[in-house]
Design a protein around this ligand. Structure first.
Ligand code: ATP
Ligand code: MG
Length: 243
């Protein structure tokens, strides 16, 4: 997957969260975005998801410039699998119905074809025993696996995940990270915001450090964790890896 930003600026009020960011990267499977709270990771991911547009500058995914008008953005979003915390499951729908909805309403698949696909994805994520449960009856880890299943059921070109494990205890975190790891085999590229440094180190191809209005550093996971270049990255890693 290829991602490029050309002088991208995004501000909220007077606060430039992303300030003329220019960046280019290419990776096989996973790009991890890490950095301090408020640094702009979610903002960047929302731009890449086409959920927001930059104030100025342009973004490119796999060589194509992201559109700015709502109709074209909607078409672009259909090709992206998105799991954000704010994009949670519909509470009144079962796991199965949560998966069927994007297939029938957004991708206009007939119900028999949608059912076949949804069941296959639920089986793949070992969720077949939870098919008819509403989110409230699922554990946090199961819920997040359903959210990932829903993002994947439409066979997106890539997956964008914003802290998919932040609300989970260690065991459920491991469960969800295992699922993300398995996606490596399916070949769907992933851009992931995470505070799980162990996971980023082990499973990401590239790690980008987002802070103070920009992408301060981007390197292979091995290089990033063993030989961070900037003082700020070093301090961040020291602090976060201390415990
Ligand atoms: N819709 C919004 N309206 C106003 N300010 C916003 C909005 N979204 C983000 N911000 C501000 O932009 C800055 C960056 O936010 P962002 O959510 O991108 O950070 P983050 O790196 O994802 O942080 P965290 O690790 O805490 O999730 C923050 O100061 C935040 O308050
Ligand atoms: Mg965030």
């Amino acid at each position: 997957m290829k991602v490029a930003l050309n002088s991208v600026t995004k501000a909220f009020g007077r606060h430039r969260v992303l300030d003329t960011v220019t960046f280019e990267s290419e990776f096989d499977h996973t790009l991890a975005l890490i950095g301090p709270s408020g640094g702009g990771k979610s903002t960047l991911l929302r731009l890449l998801a086409g959920l927001d547009i930059p104030d100025s500058g342009s973004l490119f995914v796999n060589g194509a410039e992201l559109p700015q008008d709502e109709g074209a953005l909607r078409r672009y979003r259909r090709r992206a699998g998105i799991v954000f915390q704010a994009y949670n499951l519909f509470p009144h729908l079962s796991a199965l119905e949560n998966l069927l909805l994007p297939l029938t309403k957004v991708h206009h698949l007939g119900r028999p074809a949608a059912l076949e696909r949804a069941h296959a994805v639920l089986r793949r994520f070992q969720l077949q025993d939870h098919t008819h449960k509403q989110p409230a009856l699922l554990s946090g880890g199961q819920r997040q696996r359903v959210a990932i299943a829903r993002a994947l059921v439409t066979e997106p070109d890539f997956l964008l995940l914003d802290e998919p494990t932040s609300a989970l205890d260690p065991e459920m975190t491991a469960e969800v990270l295992d699922v993300i790891d398995e996606l490596r085999e399916s070949g769907t590229p992933i851009i992931l915001v995470t505070h799980e440094m162990g996971f980023a180190r082990r499973s990401a191809d590239l790690v980008a450090f987002v802070s103070r209005g920009g992408i301060q550093e981007c390197a292979s996971a091995t290089e990033f964790f063993s030989a961070p270049r900037s003082e700020e990255t070093k301090r961040f890693l020291e602090k976060i890896l201390k415990y």
